[in-house]
Design a protein around this ligand. Structure first.
Ligand SMILES: [Zn+2]
Length: 423
């Protein structure tokens, strides 16, 4: 029988298979001694499952903050730049300390030996080189980051989060009250989006500006050159200059993690107050922390309070569907961005709700998220329900024609995936 316990274990195993020995219980309990940032806020002690999740989050945050190449160079062999392109994330090479051959490829996120198949993150490397448990290695590396001997990527990550926070406040002010934001305000008003939804999702607007208003704002706020948030623009005369990375008349929705820090935006150009917001959204995140981005869903839950928060979660196809449904009072809806099958992302999803509904239209006009994640979660198929939506316009059309109640009814009446498949 499928219980929550073995479900979560299977999810953990599943997310883990490619990445790390996360189920090593003694290692996890050793980690607990140094885990501070992930302590639950509530007075109640966390359940065992919540504890698992917090530990996994802690380890992944730590891997985000470590630079694997720095850990390898400090505790292992010396490295030199590999002969391949910069696009290769494992771009440095050295002697493998485990088999002695030259063929250890190392990047900021991970290492891999082409001869003996040793591979993993900075934590696995440290653990193997020193013959200590995974948890002890994590604790030691965390202490080295905190005390200074390791530089890691924490400063970069914090800088990116801080500058995005400032940018997001700037875009939000533009949308709320500045003359440049009028077109976006009108567009949202046309769609019936309320002020509280705008506040809830911290929506913003980046105008189609000739000048880089954002950079001027950030420089006034004390940043030297906000390169992270600029891109090169070449005009018709071939003149080059740096402009706002998110500029171009875009409505912006921040992509945030469980601590509320933003890592980029989904954006959609608005050309008139009547612009449709149903399609045309693209994701634009900073790549400083790829591992963190893999975990994010929208909106992202806060741990541990959102653990198993929803009995049924609707998996929408776009962030805008999520915003529109929340605006109509339906809060048990999320979206998985472009990668509905990433195991780490699915782990976040499975910890957020008990069962899941995917919208499907009979003519197949919508991407069928249900099919994509059933491929990945075959064992969990019984938690998946399918609701049918109009072929033209999908969930948003259903919302428009029948309002809140029509969507709620469709979610309630969703049928189990296996029954829907005719099994
Ligand atoms: Zn090797």
């Amino acid at each position: 029988m499928l219980t929550r316990r073995n479900l979560f274990k299977s999810v953990v195993t599943f997310g883990l298979s490619a990445l790390a020995p996360w189920l090593d219980r003694p290692a996890l309990s050793a980690v607990e001694n140094v885990r501070q940032r992930c302590e639950p806020a509530g007075a109640d002690p966390p359940t065992e499952l919540q504890r698992h999740l917090l530990e996994l989050e802690y380890l992944e945050n730590l891997k985000d903050d470590l630079d694997c190449a720095e850990v390898v160079a400090r505790f292992g062999p010396s490295l030199k730049r590999g002969p391949w392109m910069d696009a290769d994330p494992l771009r440095r090479i050295g002697h493998c300390p485990f088999c002695g051959e030259v063929g250890l490829h190392v990047g900021p996120e991970s290492f891999r030996c082409k001869w003996c198949e040793a591979e993993g993150s900075a934590i696995e490397f440290h653990s193997r080189v020193h013959g200590i448990s995974h948890g002890a290695a994590a604790a030691r590396l965390d202490a080295l980051l905190n005390d200074g001997p390791l530089r890691g990527r924490r400063c970069e990550n914090e800088h990116a989060a801080r500058i995005l926070e400032d940018a997001q406040g700037f875009y939000q002010d533009l949308l709320r009250e500045k003359p440049e934001g009028a077109i976006a305000r009108q567009c949202l008003a046309e769609q019936g989006v309320t002020q509280s939804t705008i506040e809830r999702f911290r929506l913003g607007y980046a105008p189609p500006e000739p000048d880089d208003l954002l950079s001027r704002h950030l420089i006034a706020a004390g940043y030297v050159v906000p390169k992270l948030l600029q891109r090169l623009h070449v005009n018709e005369d071939g003149e080059q200059r740096m402009v706002d990375r998110y500029g171009g008349g875009n409505l912006l929705i921040p992509i945030c993690d469980s601590e509320g820090r933003s890592w980029g935006f989904v954006k959609k150009p608005i050309t008139s107050p009547q612009s449709s917001l149903s399609v045309g959204w693209t994701e634009d995140t900073l790549s400083v922390s790829e591992r963190r981005l893999r975990r994010l869903i929208f909106p992202h839950p806060a741990w541990p309070e959102d653990f198993n928060r929803h009995q049924r979660l609707l998996v929408a196809e776009t962030p805008w569907e999520v915003v529109a449904l929340h605006n109509a009072g339906i809060e048990n809806v999320v979206c998985l961005f472009d990668s509905a099958t990433d195991p780490v992302r699915l782990r976040t999803l499975l910890a957020f709700g008990w069962d899941f509904a995917c919208a499907f239209d009979a003519k197949g006009g919508r991407p069928a998220t249900a099919f994509r994640f059933v491929e990945r979660l075959e064992g969990e198929m019984r938690r998946l329900f399918v609701m049918e939506v109009p072929s033209r316009g999908g969930l948003l059309a259903l919302l428009q024609s029948g309002g809140h109640q029509a969507v709620q009814d469709a979610m309630t009446q969703a049928i189990p995936f296996h029954q829907w498949m005719g099994e």
